[in-house]
Design a protein around this ligand. Sequence first.
Ligand SMILES: Cc1cc2nc3c(=O)[nH]c(=O)nc-3n(C[C@H](O)[C@H](O)[C@H](O)COP(=O)(O)OP(=O)(O)OC[C@H]3O[C@@H](n4cnc5c(N)ncnc54)[C@H](O)[C@@H]3O)c2cc1C
Ligand code: SF4
Length: 393
Amino acid sequence: MNKIVLIPSRLQSERLPEKPLKLIGTRTMIEMVYEAASKSVADKVTIATDSESIFQEVNNFGGDVVMTNPKHANGTERIYEAAEKMGLAGEDIVINLQGDEPFSDPKDINNIFKLLQEENVEMVSMFTDHKDIKKLLQNGTRVAYGARALTKGGYHSRPKMTFPGGILVGCDAGLMVFTKIKGTHTAMKSGMLAAESAFEAISQNRIGEDLIDFEERLKSSWIESDLYKSRNMTALLHKYGTLIGGLIMGIEQFLFRGKLPFTWRHKTPDYACMKKANVCEKINYPKPDGVISFDKLSSVFLSNTNHEEDQPCHLTLKDSSIPISVNLPEYDEPAQRYCPAGVYEVVEKDGENKFQINAQNCVHCKTCDIKDPSQNIVWVTPEGMGGPNYPNM
Ligand SMILES: Cc1cc2nc3c(=O)[nH]c(=O)nc-3n(C[C@H](O)[C@H](O)[C@H](O)COP(=O)(O)OP(=O)(O)OC[C@H]3O[C@@H](n4cnc5c(N)ncnc54)[C@H](O)[C@@H]3O)c2cc1C
Ligand code: SF4
């Protein structure tokens, strides 16, 4: 097993053209990044580029460089091609280091290698490792990867759906029927009802009004009864857990078809239900075996996620100190584990913990926006249509 740092580097940059070759003092940015990586515990540092000028510059300072296809949409694709060209083996640990961070601290890189070697943070691996699941997946091929948070609150969690000039429909309005995990029908129907409300308002010249009649239309449609039947599911699971809650739900749904004259409510928001780390037992997830369970980063590659490199981080923090001062001591900073794309990391720098956000990997599942126990992460729309591209999902 070798520890490899791969640095994707290209000349194009909207904000700072030819960025890797810009001088910082007397040396180019790419040389400084290379030097920082070389001071880490990495066995090999290589730059992957499609630019002849970068290739030449790396040769000049005596670095290792590999030429890659100019058509790659992002750095991740580039390092996969480079890894293949370099003949890296499945067990090698590869870090994708950004080519525009000339002041990278080698200790940070060492920490990431340490994390990748020691930590097993793959809950999916725990699932796929179960003997009954393993049986189903054996001899299969990993073809795609993606993630999406479900708006499962349902009947009792719906917000006010109308406001002057707008109507919330579909999953934005919490209309998914959680017992079936189906919401395309309610999304389409609520869109049709919203169109009816809008059409009526426009024909009566009521422009920009709060179209409250929409909620009446919704109440008299089958959406209301469909949602009502599964009103208890979220509350039962939250209040009594998957075992007992699931049992009551089974009786309520399959025997009484959601018609029991009881309503269970659970008013605590999802994020506030998170238990403190000191009352939980640390779970040692099995290491991904690369056959039926995989590390997050290689899976994210299959989601075709791409974000323009030169843009502000779309994962914003209301208070940048909270991840380390509150979330880490109280909850062992859960973003490190719940994010399906490995976006959030706690790394050690100069003896101190730092919260690192690898926003370019974000698959837009929106879990962090909902789940952060301090409600400190605010997901904003990234620039330039960035995000995952799921052709088969
Ligand atoms: C794993 C999974 C399986 C499911 N299986 C089923 C099933 O079998 N049957 C079923 O009926 N339902 C299923 N659902 C639920 C169903 O997918 C949703 O209820 C439904 O897609 C909701 O439709 P929507 O139009 O309201 O929202 P979405 O389908 O989520 O559409 C919202 C769109 O808005 C885009 N968007 C978000 N933010 C912005 C922005 N800032 N700017 C521009 N665009 C933006 C998103 O990219 C997305 O394309 C499933 C959901 C999941 C996660
Ligand atoms: S950063 Fe947030 S929205 Fe993006 S993949 Fe991770 S949890 Fe999902």
